[in-house]
Design a protein around this ligand. Structure first.
Ligand code: HPA
Ligand code: ZN
Length: 330
């Protein structure tokens, strides 16, 4: 077992369907008599060529998730896996596009099922989950508005954030400003994917036009020293997913990844997996790899988790509880 497996961790960036083990998707496909072509490699793992193809394969795999009950099972499976890697608190991206086609009544049913799965996992494994409602950028701004309305109607103890995923190269952040304003007015905390497939300007646009407090990825900010300074000064938190970036070819090797340089420049970085089985990673694997590539040890990871705890989209009682659990670690 890795020395990092039981180290207590906080994960802030995980797409719920992206956490589905391939066997879980194959099982659902066989129960429903659905044939999934082109989703799996010969070894049974997910197969894709690049980011655009990854999004297609992701949507194909997700197509077998058709009922609230499927999402209850998925939530339990993903949280059991996370808890097995020492994750004590996790935020998951949830998309009404996949959960009832942005129909509010249907979304409420899916959400009730996901909440039930989360409650079961918390009882069984002690892991706490919160949800970030997430429109899909390449589905366009009109669908994002409908998604924001679903988010606003269900904002509360469990749905605490709003974000945007999907193809970062589609449209501009300001096209989604209405959706983010709607979510903000409903009291949701905000994050957006940026600075992964687009450069530093996309990070600036997410901050200026969507007024988010965290950035999903954001790693390409490193290409602009002025932006790095701004992120450090303003305490913007990056949800960095190093293994995802390497698996999708953004950086050839982890040693080339800017996470350590961003951190040394005073930027608040956190560590997440994004879509772990797709990228053949786990939180333990991320820590193993970062320890090897950058020489990070327990104090580095403890600090990263303290940053994540402060940046978590949860209430203060939960924050106190997770900080205590981090502090109690040996
Ligand atoms: N990035 C962007 N959008 C996504 C991802 C991702 O890793 N997974 C699911 N939607
Ligand atoms: Zn992501």
């Amino acid at each position: 077992m890795s020395e990092w497996q039981e180290f207590p961790k906080i994960e802030l960036h995980l797409h719920i369907e992206g956490g589905a083990p391939p066997e879980f998707i194959r099982q659902l496909a066989s129960e429903k008599g659905v044939s999934l072509e082109g989703v799996f490699a010969e070894d049974g793992a997910y197969a894709f060529r690049d980011f655009g193809h990854f999004l297609q394969v992701y949507e194909a795999a997700t197509s077998v998730l058709r009922t609230p009950e499927d999402y209850l099972r998925l939530t339990r499976a993903v949280l059991a896996e996370s808890a097995g890697h020492g994750v004590i608190y996790t935020e998951m991206f949830l998309s009404p596009d996949f959960c009832g086609g942005r129909d509010l009544a249907a979304w409420r049913e899916y959400l009730a099922a996901i909440g039930e799965g989360a409650a079961q996992a918390e009882r069984e494994h002690g892991i706490i989950m919160r949800g970030i409602v997430t429109p899909i950028r390449h589905f366009g701004p009109d669908k994002a508005k409908e998604t924001a309305l679903c988010a606003a109607e269900t904002a509360g103890d469990f749905i605490t954030g709003f974000g945007i995923g999907g193809d970062e190269r589609a449209g501009k952040p300001r096209d989604f400003a209405w959706a983010f304003d709607c979510a903000r007015e409903a009291g949701l905390r905000l994050t957006a994917h940026a600075g992964e497939w687009e450069g530093p300007d996309s990070v600036r646009a997410a901050l200026d036009d969507l007024r988010v407090e965290r950035i999903g990825h954001g790693v390409r900010a490193i290409e602009d020293p002025g932006l790095v300074e701004r992120l450090a000064r303003d305490g913007v938190v990056l949800e960095v997913c190093p293994g995802s970036n390497v698996a999708l070819g953004l950086y050839p090797r982890l040693e080339d990844h800017p996470i350590a340089r961003l951190r040394e420049a005073g930027v608040k970085v956190t560590v997440s997996t994004d879509d772990p089985p797709f990228f053949r990673t786990t939180m333990t694997q991320e820590y193993d790899d970062l320890a090897r590539a950058f020489g990070w040890g327990a104090e580095d990871f403890a600090e990263i988790n303290r940053v994540a705890a402060q940046a978590a989209f949860c209430d203060e009682a939960i924050r106190d509880a997770i900080v205590k659990r981090l502090e109690a670690a040996p």
